[in-house]
Design a binder for this molecule. Structure first.
Ligand code: SF4
Length: 472
């Protein structure tokens, strides 16, 4: 499940809990099963279709002594396919788009009366500001907090503006209230489609007249937005809630990184020195076709600027292999950008055309599947090679790790993440409770520990735990 789906699940669950619904993880016990969906990639939708078939089989086999099982689809796929979904799958009971979770109890009661119930209206205002999501706390004590919804950027390949609607920011006061309630958590990730273009215009007294300050060499398709409380103010306020709480944010757009935000990340000890800078391509021709609003040169300049203000910052990116009309030369431009920047973390995908998008109407998905796949593999190879070099450069250093839990590879090892979001595996042993202390304690999820890094691969680091620690 992606982060946005986790956040939507928590909001939807808040409305259902208030109406007396109880949660179960046992499918056999459930009277209602809701699938929270994502449409960004074709593969995610295929997974949901398969899941739906399994649930329909479960519904058909349900003993008649029990109330009929109700099945619902929530989120982007409901929005994208709307009533086509109901026509394709007659046994589906509820369809709720990303702005319709408030309406879920009514939709479910209609479904109980035997109707198919649908609400896929997108809203210009809905931010669920008055809702305190029901957080499904992870073992590692990390939580997601949604700060804005939708996106106005209209990148030509992207379905998000059509499934999640226009950009809206949740008021600062509501976000801070939620973060304060999460004070038992040790890491909070601020979440949105375009987090750094955050703009709270709800509190008139806070509004400034300053227009959006875009990073140099960046432009948007929409008109410059004015006023409102900006992302830097929100980020600072969130980081002030609890100095022991680590703060991350995702996903940003490269256009909205004023120095104010970069300085803040550099100065505040609890804002992770990790920035996602989704490049998508290294070719100007492709970037223009994607309507990303920047050139390769502007992007590389931004990377230099970010690294100057935040030395040692960890960078991650998204790349798409085989976008419409992408040539071998374009592909090599992407490879050379990857080599020039060197990312710690990469999310790489072969292009899949989504209908409704600008690319669907205006461009041709003309790179053959096997070529996309080969280019994707080449990108993955280069990413791993460069990430390995970066990871090797920290061997011998000590890193502050937030412990997430038992390693998937071995029950005798734990895994956690550095400030830069790199996974670290280390032995599960008792360690001193503080620097130069003789007392030792076991390490558990949610603890901060200092680990000496002893070896590195492209995806993770290995190390030896030295002592328990605090964040500041
Ligand atoms: S910035 Fe572009 S890719 Fe990201 S959600 Fe908005 S339209 Fe999609």
């Amino acid at each position: 499940m992606n982060m946005m789906n986790v956040s939507d699940t928590e909001v939807a669950w808040s409305f259902l809990q208030k109406k007396g619904y109880q949660r179960t993880t046992d499918l056999g016990q459930a009277d209602v099963i809701l699938l929270v969906t994502c449409s960004v990639r074709e593969k995610a939708e295929k997974t949901i279709w398969n899941r739906l078939q399994q649930l329909v089989t479960l519904k058909k086999k349900r003993p008649t002594s029990l109330p009929p099982l109700k099945i619902g689809i929530l989120g982007c796929m409901a929005e994208r396919l709307k009533t086509d979904l109901l026509e394709r799958e007659k046994l589906l009971d509820v369809l709720a788009g990303p702005d319709a979770y408030r309406d879920l109890p009514r939709l479910l009661s209609l479904a109980e009366g035997g109707q198919q119930a649908v609400n896929v209206l997108l809203s210009l205002e809905e931010t669920y500001a008055d809702v305190i999501p029901v957080h499904v706390h992870s073992q590692a004590k990390t939580a997601f907090v949604s700060i804005m919804r939708g996106c106005d950027n209209m990148c030509s390949y992207c379905i998000v503006p059509f499934t999640r609607g226009r950009e809206r920011s949740r008021p600062v006061a509501s976000i801070l209230q939620e973060v304060r309630m999460l004070s038992d958590q040790v890491e909070v990730t601020l979440l949105g489609q375009n987090v750094n273009s955050y703009r709270d215009t709800s509190e008139v007294q806070f509004c400034t007249a300053e227009p959006t300050q875009l990073s140099k060499g960046f432009h948007t398709l929409y008109r410059n937005k004015q006023g409102g409380l900006r992302f830097a103010t929100l980020l600072e306020a969130v980081s002030n809630v609890n100095p022991e709480m680590r703060i991350r944010f995702t996903s940003p757009h490269p256009k909205d990184f004023p120095d104010e935000v970069l300085q803040l990340i550099h100065e505040k000890h609890n804002i992770c020195k990790q920035i996602h800078l989704p490049a998508q391509s290294g070719s100007n021709r492709v970037l223009q076709a994607m309507r990303r609003g920047y050139t390769r040169e502007a992007y590389l300049e931004l990377v230099d600027h970010v690294r100057t203000i935040i030395p040692g910052v960890s960078l991650s990116s998204d790349f798409i292999a085989g976008f419409c009309d992408e040539t071998e030369e374009d592909h090599w431009e992407t490879i050379s950008l990857m080599r020039a920047v060197k990312y710690n973390v990469g999310y790489l995908f072969a292009y899949s055309m989504r209908n409704k998008t600008h690319a669907f109407h205006r461009l041709e998905d003309n790179v053959p599947g096997e070529v996309k796949q080969r280019r994707l593999e080449e990108l993955i190879g280069v990413f791993r090679e460069e990430a390995s070099k970066l990871n090797c450069s920290v061997v011998g250093s000590t890193q502050l790790i937030l412990v997430e839990g038992v390693s998937k590879r071995s029950r005798d090892e734990l895994s956690g993440r550095t400030d830069g979001n790199i996974k670290v595996i280390f032995p599960d042993v008792k360690i001193p409770i503080a620097d130069s202390s003789q007392d030792t304690a076991a390490v558990k999820p949610g603890d901060y520990v200092v680990v000496k890094i002893t070896s590195a691969g492209s995806q993770s680091l290995k190390g030896v735990p030295l002592r328990h620690a605090t964040l500041h």
